[in-house]
Design a protein around this ligand. Structure first.
Ligand code: ZN
Ligand code: ZN
Length: 187
């Protein structure tokens, strides 16, 4: 049995857990495992000048010693994440690798001065999680606006896309999933 590990990083109330697990299972056809006790040294990734956390630093800690039954690992952080060349990121993933991480921080309406909406935040999280996991399956950005692999710069971009892969991305994903189930073949 192989799992997509969902690692909750310092989340006091993971209200998003059930829809996230269901969305990932449905999309990739792989069981999920939810863990809260992964050892993450968050302060180590903190940049005091920016007041944000380095997403690559978190990603490194997630992939350091993956469990033998982990197909993919997805970290879900409360913290606001960045990579040095960008002011922030919603998430980051290894292209055709094992690890990915997403942030809830800017998916929260409160961040934009609006009333909190946990349902909307969860919807956004599911989309961004599927997006980043798509990258771990070797898929790159898609120009089709409704495709979950469409690149999101602003939260409005997340809201306009669906949580589904478009037909072409879905075909690419199926090839990668087949390789996972039967082992990579060569001829
Ligand atoms: Zn992306
Ligand atoms: Zn697509």
């Amino acid at each position: 049995m192989a799992f997509i590990y969902i690692v909750s990083i310092k989340s006091a109330d993971p209200f998003w857990r059930k829809p996230l697990e269901a969305g990932i299972q449905k999309t990739f056809g792989i069981e999920t495992r939810f863990v809260t006790d992964w050892r993450i040294d968050l302060p180590k990734t903190y940049d005091s000048a920016r007041g944000q956390y380095n997403s690559s630093g978190i990603l490194l800690q997630l992939i350091e010693a993956p469990p033998a039954d982990a197909v993919k690992i997805l970290g879900v952080a409360q913290a606001d994440l960045f990579i040095p060349i960008l002011t922030f990121v919603f998430g980051e993933a290894q292209l055709d690798g094992i690890g990915s991480v997403v942030s809830l921080h800017r998916l929260n309406n409160k961040y934009y001065g609006l009333p909190e909406n946990q349902m909307l935040q969860t919807e956004r999280l599911v989309k961004e999680a599927i997006h980043e996991l798509g990258h771990t399956f070797g898929l790159v950005h898609c120009t089709y606006p409704a495709c979950v692999l469409n690149k999101s710069t602003y939260v409005e971009d997340i809201d306009q896309k669906s949580q589904e892969f478009c037909k072409e991305c879905r075909q690419d994903l199926e090839i990668m999933l087949k390789g996972l189930r039967f082992g990579k073949t060569i001829r």
